[in-house]
Design a protein around this ligand. Structure first.
Ligand code: AMP
Length: 465
């Protein structure tokens, strides 16, 4: 007997349904519109890339790469498959161990560079594309934005999914002028403002750069200070003292907060150039009327991140309250095999942005219809089809029921669908050439000829928009 158990979306993934999808579309259209006014062009990227791209750019010690990526071996090509098949059942690897054929297949695919990963973020892909398409030859900087799904195998909770959506932008090439940092941040805040997202906070920081007299000297001091309080820290923070002391500052553990408050702060250890850059970014933000809060604990744990970091948090999201994270990453393109290239960008978590908009009552209302066509009779049906076509061409949303029903029933359905008008078309109306339009809110009725009707609806629409 066939197994008829029902399917469910995989944990951490979800369907986005109407009317909520209208809000998603609104958010995305706003991003297209706002980013275009800042001169950004859209880049559409593949959903999967070679694993190495993410391992190298995000860093193999990060949680994202070490624990959260959806990685799989792509099918080998026929040629590769035949080679695997030809191999004897047991093979000696370069490491000197014998492995069975199944493991060997995986090993071979891994060796032939086919380890593939669903993208956990898109900055690496944008940089890869910049290099691959020689964008350094275009007028610099190149300003790109993207939107789409990302994949991380995190523990799902409110605001945290395994398939989630980001809207992000990157500025690549040109100079590292503070005005660019400020303009990127201004663009994010303009976007949120255009969406009327209230109750948000912008935090900024500078994490210096990777020269001996700047961040590395600070990290040494931080490490020494952390060693002294090691016993009072949790296991994660203790481990990070060795692997990545800056990340200790990220800790959200209640009992670690008073200890962290006593640690040395990077702002007191920036080199002169980074200090000047940070001061200029702040001045530039003020010039643009962008409010911010300095947060010395806002760090990025990878070497190629430098100077400006920023984050936007929103209300009503519980612990997952960051809706946008960004920063400068001047070393990344080079790390991926390209020429030395300045870079700065951000990623907005669209799922959280939508949740936050809904929290403050900016959710989407169910979509109604402008006109519901209540028709009865064969002649009326022909006129109804024609009217639907004309009205839709003029931009009205129209419900044309596929089967005839009594007017009373039709009007009930028109109401249920939140229609503004019902167009009543019986054979009488058609032979008279006068169509009845009922306004559902007050029950009033008016008669129109076919051309008058379109004219009237157009005028009403113009009045109400
Ligand atoms: P990141 O790429 O980690 O800097 O994240 C940038 C933004 O993406 C965050 O501020 C979140 O808003 C969002 N984000 C990251 N991971 C998730 C997730 N698993 N589910 C939903 N949103 C996420």
């Amino acid at each position: 007997m066939a197994n008829k158990s029902k399917f469910q979306a995989i944990r951490g993934t979800r369907d986005l349904l109407p009317p909520e999808t209208a809000l998603w579309n609104h958010v995305e259209q706003t991003a297209h519109a706002v980013f275009a006014t800042f001169g950004f062009g859209e880049i559409r990227l593949p959903i999967f890339e070679t694993t190495e791209l993410f391992a190298r750019s995000i860093g193999i010690e990060t949680d994202v790469v070490s624990k959260e990526m959806y990685t799989f071996y792509d099918r080998p090509s026929e040629e590769q498959a035949s080679k695997i098949f030809e191999m004897p059942p047991k093979t000696l690897t370069s490491g000197g161990e014998f492995i069975e054929r199944k493991e060997k297949e995986a090993f071979q695919r891994y060796q032939s560079g086919e380890s593939t990963t669903l993208r956990p973020e898109a900055t690496a892909s944008v940089c890869r594309a910049y290099i691959e398409h020689n964008m350094q030859q275009l007028s610099q900087p190149v300003k790109l934005y993207y939107m789409g799904p990302m994949f991380r195998r995190e523990r799902p909770q409110k605001g945290r999914y395994r398939q989630f959506y980001q809207i992000g932008a990157e500025v690549l090439g040109g100079a590292d002028t503070p005005a660019i940092d400020a303009e990127v941040i201004e663009m994010v805040m303009t976007f949120f403002d255009r969406l009327e997202l209230t109750g948000i906070e912008l935090d900024i920081n500078s994490i210096g750069h990777n020269a001996p007299d700047c961040r590395p000297a600070y990290v040494q001091k931080l490490k020494a200070a952390l060693e002294k309080v090691k016993d009072q820290l949790g296991a994660d923070s203790q481990r990070r003292i060795e692997t990545n002391p800056l990340r200790v500052l990220d800790s959200k553990l209640e009992n670690e907060q008073p200890i962290i408050a006593t640690l040395p702060r990077i702002a007191d250890h920036l080199c002169d150039e980074c200090k000047a850059h940070y001061a200029a970014v702040k001045r530039q933000l003020e010039l643009r009327g962008v409010f911010f809060k300095e947060n010395w604990r806002l760090v990025r744990g990878l070497d190629y991140y430098m100077r400006t970091t920023f984050e936007v948090t929103a209300q009503g999201l519980g612990s997952q309250n960051a809706v946008c994270g960004g920063g400068r990453y001047d070393g990344l393109v080079e790390l991926l095999g390209g020429p030395p290239t300045k870079g700065i960008g951000f990623a907005i978590g669209e799922d959280r942005l939508i949740l936050s908009l809904q929290e403050i009552g900016k959710g989407a209302a169910p979509q109604g219809r402008d006109v519901y066509i209540a028709w009865m009779g064969e002649h009326a049906y022909a006129a109804a089809v024609r009217a639907a076509k004309d009205l839709r061409r003029a931009g009205f949303s129209v419900e044309l029921p596929p089967t005839e029903s009594k007017f009373g029933k039709a009007l009930e359905r028109a109401d249920k669908l939140r229609s503004r008008y019902a167009l009543i078309l019986g054979d009488n109306e058609v032979s008279e050439g006068l169509w009845t339009l009922k306004t559902l809110a007050d029950g009033s009725q008016q008669k129109f000829t076919e051309p008058e009707l379109l004219e009237y609806l157009r005028k009403q629409k113009a009045l109400s928009s």
